[in-house]
Structures are given as structure tokens and as C-alpha cells.
Design a protein around this ligand. Sequence first.
Ligand code: AMO
Length: 430
Amino acid sequence: MHTNLKRTLTKECINKVGEMVKVQGWVKKIRHLGNISFIVLRERTGELQCVLEGKLAGVIIETESVIEVIGKIVPTNNTVLGVELLIKSVKVINKNDLLPFEVNKKEVNTGLENLLNHRVLSLRHEKIASIFKIKATLEEAFREYLINMDFIRIFTPKIVSQGAEGGANVFNLNYFGKDAFLAQSPQFYKQMMVASGLEYVFEIGPVFRAEEHNSSRHLNEYISLDLEMAFIEEYEELMELETQVIKFMFEKVKEKNENELKLLNIEMPTITNIPKLKLHEAREILKNRFKKEMPEGDLNTEGEKLIATYIKETTGSEFVFITEYPKENRPMYAMPAENGLTKSFDLLFRGLEITSGGQRIHEYEMLVESFREKGLNVENFQNYLNTFKYGVPPHGGFAIGLERLTAKLLGLTNVREASAFPRDINRLTP
Ligand code: AMO
């Protein structure tokens, strides 16, 4: 009987009143009340209340088992959907064993380590799943905005011969007997693709940082939302573009993730103009107002947080661009400005750096000199450097750390929460 029924999704059930349907999903809850039982079935489109009466009532099924139910959709006032399913038959497709923790409570009462150790289970919690739905929208919107602006998506190697950010923090790899590394950033390749004549390019992909920080904001593998564009006249154009990109990303989340935002109790920030502070101005504010001395040429974590508070109070903005970092604190490809500074910026969101960017050096001699000044062996980078012999326009770009943006937007205290399977100094599984 009814063996030919195709699967109906929970969200489709509202339009199936009076019909027999087959629904498949996980048992979120099962309750027995004498001669009637209720199963809350969960699948990707929502939850459906299913009712077992008569002989079927009292059936024992472990929560989180996968089941298939066949029955009739009837109207009810007792569920959000306005319908429920009267079960004619129920089949356990795959039963669940003992759960390491309860995933079907309103809040999951277990620590982050446990949540990460049992990621597949913790992701069944709708609040946790919401993080990844919103993260997916942010990525999708970044892509959509740039495609509409005539950017071309590129895919560049993650196995590389040199680190692109100048410093250490690279993972080594044995590549058929040669030394190779995992890419810290698509920096060189995105510039090379600009130089190829594509002009406007973006890349979304994993990058790898062998940082030994065990902090709430560092991952050893994260998703970098990168772009690079040719023929810029001023690096301010990049900040303007980033403002528009983020605005679009947030609007998309508002539009697409209403339910998830409600579940997580998140109010989306409105972005107008993002204020800009020169690094030396930020340092002076920290010194004069907060009596905090910053490390040479940068802000530390505490400084970033205090500046965020200051900007919020004085302008209402939760974002701030910090500009004009000194050469010593920026990578070798950064375009110099006057007085030993660079045409570069960081973007802080709620007190955390979510972006670095800037104009790049596009002239061969100047670039080689900059590599030398940083003490780098030019020969090792010759392949990248040669690009600049063939006619490269002025250009620049930036990169957003997707997990950091997601975490800050959703008020997560640890960036690991925004990574399904985070890689950190202690974690290689799951
Ligand atoms: P940078 O190294 O500053 O710049 O990285 C850009 C952004 O990536 C994020 N990020 C991280 N997120 C999680 N864990 C980490 N360990 C981590 N490190 C960095 C941050 C940061 O702002 N090539 C340049 C970008 C450019 O100029 O286009 C670069 O990679 O959000």
C-alpha cells in the first residue's frame, strides 16, 4: 500500500491537506500520552508533528533515528505549520545509538570541545545549523555581488612553492621530493590573474596558516573571500567597494535567513558609511583617551576592541577602516605611500580584524626592491616577480576571513564555532 509515494518535504505538507504523503527525516522528539503518541520529525525544510494513535501509539523509537512515515495530512491549531500528519505506518530506516549529549533541547548544554568532537550531531541542533546557513549566504552574496560587478571567479593552486605573505606560518609539504607549501593566501595568483588581462577577479577558497596561536580568533585553515582589481586610481576605491560588498552580503542574509536570525536572536547591523582612521590617529586615541600604548606600527587585540568601542560611541558604526600602516608591518607587495607608510587598510568589525587590503606594487624594479628590503631571496619568487615585467596595471584588492565575519555577525565568542570542522593547533579530527 502506498509504496509508490514519492517523498514529500515538510514545507510542502501545508499544501497537502487531506492527502496521503510519505515523509522522511529524523525523530526530534517522541512523546507518549496514553493511547496517543507524537513524533516531531525534522528534515531540511522544517519540522512536522506526526501523530500515532491506537495500536501504533507507544511505539519505541530512539530520538535521532531516521524514519519514514506514511499518513494523511490534516489541519490542526496545535502546530506552527497549521497541519500535522496522522500516521498510517512508520518505518525505522536507520536507528540511532546512544547520544553522547542531548541535541534536541532548546540550548545545547555542552562545551565547545564536545560540540566539535561530535560535529555531525551538534549540527542537528537548529541554532548551530543556522550558523552555517548564514555563512553560506554570506559566501553566496559575496560571489553574486562581484559577478554582477563583472568580476571573474578564479581558482588558483593551494599547493605552492613559496608563502605569499612574507612571514613564517606556512605548512610544509613534501611534493615528490621537493619542498612545497600550503597556500597562505591566493595573493600572488590573484595579482597574476589581474595581470593576465582578466582585470577583475575573485576567489573563494581555503587558505592555510601554520600559526601556533590557540586563540578564539585563529584557525589554521579558513575560507578567504579574496578579490583583486586592475586600474584603480586610489586605494580608497577598494574600501568603497568593500563597504558595498558587505552591505549587499548583510542584505542577502536579512532576506534569506529570517528564520535563522530569529532563532539566534540577531539583529542585522545597518551599514552606511564606514568611518576611516589612520593608524597613527587610532594610536593617539588609544594613548590619550585610554592610556594604552600600542606595539610599534600596529594595534593589538585590546587596542582593536577599544577603538571599536570609541568608534561605536562617536559615530554609531560597528565597522572601522584603519589605514596607512607602516611598510615594516605590511607584506612585501604593499604599495608604499609617503613617510614610510603604505596604501593599505584593515577593516575591523566589532573590534576584530576581518579584512586586510590595499594597493599593490605593480612595477618590477620597485617590487624586487621591496622583497629585498624584507630580506627575502628574490630568486625564490622569480616566477611571480616576472609577471611584473610584462605590463601590469595599478591594482589592489582585499580579503575577508569568512569565519571571522560570520562569528562577529552572529556574536559567536569563538571563530571555531563558525567552522564546521575547524583545524586548530590541537584539532585534526573530525
Ligand atoms: P591577512 O593575512 O590579513 O591578509 O588575512 C586576511 C583576513 O583573513 C582572516 N584571517 C584569519 N581568519 C581566521 N584564522 C586565521 N588564522 C586568520 N588569519 C587571517 C582575517 C584577515 O583580515 N593577502 C592578504 C589580503 C589582501 O591584501 O588582499 C591577506 O591574506 O579576517
